[in-house]
Design a protein around this ligand. Sequence first.
Ligand code: 3H9
Length: 708
Amino acid sequence: MHRPTDSDRGAGDSPRDNGVRLERMGDVGLILVDHPPVNALSQAVRKALIAALAGVVADTSLHAAVIACEGRTFIAGADIREFDRTPAGGQAEVTTQDLVRALDACPKPVVAAIHGTALGGGFEVALACHSRIIAPDGFVGLPEVRIGIVPGAGGTQRLPRLVGPLIALEMITSGRHVPADEAMSLGLVDEVATDLRRAAADRARYLAAAGHLPRVADRAVPAYDQPAFEAAVAAVRRRARGAIAPVRAAEAIEAALRLPLAEGMAFEATINHALRPGPQSRALRHLFHAERMAARMPAGASPWPLRRVGVVGGGTMGSGIAVALADAGLEVTLVEQDAQAEAAAKARVRAVHDRQLRSGRLAPQAHAERVGRIVYRHDLKALHDADLVIEAVIEDVAVKQAVFRALSGIVRRDAVLASNTSYLDIDLLADEVDAPERVIGTHFFSPAHVMRLLELVRTRRVLPEALATGLALARRLRKVAVVAGVCDGFIGNRIFYRWRMQCEYALEDGALPAEVDAALEAYGFAMGPFAVLDMAGLDVDWMMRKRRAPTRDPRERYSPVYDWICERGRFGQKTGVGFYIHQDGKRLPSPEVEALILRAAAERGITRRAVPAEEIQQRVHATMVNEGARILTDGIAARPSDIDVVLVHGYGYPAWRGGPMHEADEIGLDVVLQRVETMHAENGFGWEPAPLLREMAAAGRRFRELNG
Ligand code: 3H9
């Protein structure tokens, strides 16, 4: 990230004024935003920026200006904290639109000097400048859809004029952050420079001398492929799955193709104002804060340094974890039990890296670096100098215990030992080692190099520093971390198991797998649970079910369909059959599975009936909330919003709903409680309302009060 150098500093630093100050670099005014942590455009900053601009215009000794930022980043957007406070477009308000209009009207050239991330309103300010220069490690983007709104200060109107509507559509509807080199090749910026402020001042001077005021606003939309654009808009609508913002952003971009800038901006602002107070923006902003809260370090604890990481086991999970670690720049030693398994693990990892290269996502140089960061061994002694070891062998407690025992004698006492498990009791593994206080759980989701969630499991005796090291690892891997306590399934799988039971009940009650999946896909899930299970393979959960069988309470309703399917060797996609028949990439209904469902219903004396999609959706949601409430009482999750983060990033719960606990708050806990009571009446033992849900509903409270 760019750090200001001495040459960046102008003479006569003036005191900070509302987060903005005007300095001089000779005949160029340096407008500096200094509003930690991310230089967000608060009302005060917007006002001060307009005033600084007016100062440059009024000062005849200044011929041009540079807008730059102090601290870690360029302006990262509008100040999200003001969304619920300031009435959008209120009378006394100075808006970001006013700011970009002031830039449009500025008679002297203004150059944006971008370091860190120029996002949302920050990038819109840069787009209204006469030129943009970026540091080599900078990013630009319009991520507003990720918080449920569309850009509101001309982003949807200027970007199509600058780079054409197809690139604008992709950037705005995905909200992705575009790195400097790509921004340069797309034409989003004019130069990449290391000595950022000096380069920006030079350009500003050049434009002033040439009497040149190039404005994106004056450009016509470049020629583009109309059918390709229409197809891309149709794809945005298809993929939205209930999310409004990307669809409305596409409408605003379409408007840019037919309206003059001022009218297009007015149209865009109307959409922005309509979405900002809406439920989807509230939900997505809730998640934004929830993710940051979940990833906070334990008070007073600092992470230990991380450079060399060992992975034990190179199966699907282990190899995915190794890829994730190497891609984040860590040195990895992957250990398998013998030379043959070692070669197989290497082939698995190489296949992922080679796919990244072939798809063009990875340049040959970066590919070589990533491949070179992993060494393969078949002796645990190779891990003697690791800072962290992640065990990822099969889900069998005895096997894992043996690995931990062996590691205990090899790995440094101050290295963190982590187990990657979906369900097992990690305290039992900690019992096997010297210094059990450095043992944590790292529950990665498959594929580990793709899925964003990392559940970090807090063992009974763990040191805050060991947990902090896990959180630092998650950050390094750009994953969303949530800390969970030890229990069967932690936060995610414990809840998943419960709501899947409701889906299995729905089969016996009258639905078919495709109907349950369709109901949940209509709710906004990318895939329904039976399709997911078939994709992931039914055998892993079958092991868990068999493990739990002896302790299952016979009073609890249990559907045997899953077990019957597995007993027939149908493990999902990998065997061609599971809940579905998989043929030529398609999922087809299976008459054999339907027969098993009918048999299960008949054996239990259930008269099958049509189960409406809404009933399935409500049962699933209410189950998540009820189990979530139990998890809170048990201290497995620290706060309700952690549960939301887990369900959204690990299980495909629609982000625009904010997660089940947030949604329960929106619906009202009394309504959710009523649904749980209905489920209890229908299913009996094991489905009682959680005491916490009962108490909070009775007191008219909301889960968000517990987020803190
Ligand atoms: C917008 O611009 C609308 C426009 O079209 C104009 C309409 C008229 N506001 O993520 P971090 C806080 S919409 C207020 O941990 P990082 C954040 O909560 C906006 N606060 O750091 C945290 O506080 P805390 C479009 C913000 O280095 C602290 O800063 N822009 C904002 O990992 C550090 O954040 C976006 O959506 C904000 N805009 O990542 C950008 N942003 O410590 C959203 C952050 O108390 N922001 N904070 O929890 C990001 O993507 C990341 O924060 C960023 C830094 C990449 C900038």
